[in-house]
Write a protein that binds this ligand. Structure first.
Ligand SMILES: Nc1ncnc2c1ncn2[C@@H]1O[C@H](COP(=O)(O)OP(=O)(O)OP(=O)(O)O)[C@@H](O)[C@H]1O
Ligand SMILES: O=P(O)(O)OC[C@H]1O[C@H](OP(=O)(O)OP(=O)(O)O)[C@H](O)[C@@H]1O
Length: 230
């Protein structure tokens, strides 16, 4: 049996269902919108497991599902050394979002990472604490800022509504996912002029430990390029 983890709600779930339907595999919830079981038609031996997008990386790594759909951002954030545990079978062409750093629009002198590094250096002396960056992407943000030699900051954990933290005075800057940019604009934030921390999209992942003939057959049925097994 191949257990396939799919996000349990919203656009990500609907677009995942559409992606599989285009490839001849029809998925649906078994019962009401609140029931987290699902049906699969058009593929033998595949069981649908509806899960939080954020839990799918760990479920794959733990061997509780063999395949999973989630954003590349969540896999890279949640699993250190993700590529030793998972294989990227197919980018799915939706759920595009960039993980970016943003500062208050009124910080006229903060345009890029060099400016941020300089402001962060002065911030502590001036305020008695390090500049706060709100995010749920701790691992990715730390690695990125280390690469650009930004050091004088602290991360503040924010699991949602991250753009609100600056107005709420719990952070000076944020690192979060954006697609249309509307949430940033509505909260008077501006993206730093720099490469995004990550460009993410919804992706079909397989657990490396589960690779074998059954997964290969299913991948072939979906029209994916031949995958190495073992
Ligand atoms: N505005 C957006 N546009 C496109 N993709 C997005 C957007 N916001 C989030 N995503 C992507 O959707 C995926 C799920 O995001 P997130 O964990 O925030 O979802 P959620 O619906 O809050 O899920 P959970 O059930 O874990 O709370 C992530 O990979 C993220 O990159
Ligand atoms: O650039 P935009 O198109 O405005 O999208 C960006 C927003 O979408 C996501 O939030 P989501 O709605 O998933 O809620 P969250 O705050 O719980 O993460 C993300 O965290 C941003 O807040």
């Amino acid at each position: 049996m191949i257990r396939l983890g799919v996000p349990s709600k919203g656009r990500l779930m609907e677009q995942t269902f559409d992606w599989f339907a285009m490839r001849g595999v029809r998925m649906s919830r078994s019962g009401s919108d609140r029931e987290y079981a699902g049906r699969v038609e058009g593929a033998e031996g595949v069981q649908l497991v509806l899960l939080s997008a954020g839990e799918i990386p760990r479920e794959l790594a733990a061997g509780r599902i063999e395949l999973g759909v989630t954003g590349t951002d969540l896999v890279r954030e949640k699993l250190a050394g993700w590529s030793s545990e998972l294989v990227e079978l197919a980018p799915m062409g939706f759920g595009h979002a960039d993980l970016i750093l943003a500062v208050p629009d009124c910080w006229r002198d903060c345009r890029d990472l060099d400016d941020l590094a300089a402001i962060a250096r002065d911030f502590r002396a001036e305020h008695g604490f390090r500049l706060r960056i709100a995010t749920k992407y701790h691992r990715l943000v730390r690695a990125y800022l280390a690469a650009y030699e930004v050091a004088d900051y602290q991360l503040v954990d924010s699991q949602g509504a991250t753009e609100g933290t600056v107005a709420n005075l719990t952070a000076e800057a944020i690192a979060d996912i954006t697609s249309s940019g509307e949430t940033l604009r509505a909260n008077n934030l501006r993206i730093l002029d720099a490469e995004p921390i990550l460009r993410s999209q919804a992706t079909l992942f397989a657990a490396r430990a589960a690779m074998g003939p059954q997964l290969s057959d299913f991948a072939a049925q979906l029209g994916l390029p031949e995958i190495a097994t073992g």
